[in-house]
Design a protein around this ligand. Structure first.
Ligand code: CP
Ligand code: NVA
Length: 300
């Protein structure tokens, strides 16, 4: 694995290999074993958007692996003042061993990888969030044992999370259903690809999408960068909440996952969130293990 730009770039085997290493690293950490797999390696972390989980888990992950992480905010970097990504990539490649970037355009992440000479990891774009979905898959496998035969359902906006979950679910052999309002569908090219799998459904009804689901997933109605659309989106997504009625359609032992941050009373009812808090915060913890695995795969 050279980079992690989007999940679609990874084969099923590469995904499973990351998950296996993540499980191993989690086991080692729980037993107080910290092997310096990335001793002396330096990761630059460019953030053009806010972050709690991604920032802290990458920084702690690098520390635990024996390396060092630099937090690079676009408020401070020249990239924020218009220095081209082609130049930033070539400069940073001379100082660092890897770059993690959270930004708006997927193209910027692809360009960093193209013009730089070091591994690039996508820490979220408007298009996708591969690191989150690796942690989600890890959490599902921990709790359900395997992927084949499972059904994952996503209720809400066809956003970066929906795009990556769709790819992650189908690549690992799960069925994937999404319920979203008209005009808020996931990426058209990914949808066309998913439709060929025979394991994909898109519907307007959350209950229909959730029918017999093993995993129910949701995310905010307005993503970072869409703050001005909040009111319009709140109206469009009324009725697209993971609540008792949606959970009644899912399997009795269905898991609920949320990438966080969550808005209780919007995309998820407070009681459903609290009933599944154990899964949701394990999922958040797994960001650390899954990303340490990705760091080892691309930087070791
Ligand atoms: N889920 C996630 O990526 O969280 P942050 O925005 O806090 O990094
Ligand atoms: N869809 C959300 C995910 C946050 C982790 C956003 O892009 O803001």
């Amino acid at each position: 694995m050279k980079h992690l730009l989007k999940l679609a770039d990874l084969s099923r085997e590469e995904i499973l290999s990351v998950l296996n290493l993540a499980d191993q690293l989690k086991y080692e950490r729980k037993n107080g074993i910290f092997k310096k797999y990335l001793e002396g390696k330096k990761l630059g972390m460019i953030f053009q958007k806010s972050s709690t989980r991604t920032r802290v888990s990458f920084e702690v992950g690098m520390y635990e692996l024996g390396g060092h992480a630099l937090f690079l905010s676009n408020r401070d970097l020249q990239i924020g003042r218009g220095e081209p990504v082609q130049d930033t990539a070539r400069v940073l490649s001379r100082y660092l061993d890897g770059i993690m970037i959270r930004t708006f355009a997927q193209q910027e992440v692809e360009d960093l990888a193209r013009y730089g000479s070091i591994p690039v990891i996508n820490g979220l774009t408007d298009y996708c969030h591969p690191c989150q979905v690796l942690a989600d898959l890890m959490t599902i496998r921990e709790r359900k044992g395997a992927f084949k035969g499972l059904k994952m359902c996503f209720v809400g906006d066809g956003n970066n999370m929906a795009n990556s979950l769709m790819v992650g679910a189908l690549k690992t052999g799960m069925a994937f259903s999404i319920a979203c309002p008209e005009g808020y569908e996931p990426d058209a090219a990914l949808t066309a690809m998913a439709e060929k799998s025979g394991l994909f459904t898109l519907t307007r009804s959350p209950e229909e999408a959730a029918k017999d689901a093993d995993v129910v997933y949701t995310d905010v109605w307005a993503s970072m960068g869409q703050e001005e659309e909040r009111a319009k989106r709140a109206a469009a997504f009324a009725g697209y909440q993971v609540n008792a009625s949606v959970m009644a359609a899912a399997k009795p032992d269905a898991m609920v996952l949320h990438c966080l941050p969550a808005h209780r009373g919007e995309e998820i009812a407070a009681d459903v969130f609290e009933a599944h808090a154990d899964e949701i915060f394990e999922e958040a913890e797994n960001r650390l293990h899954a990303q340490k695995a990705v760091l080892c795969k691309v930087m070791k």
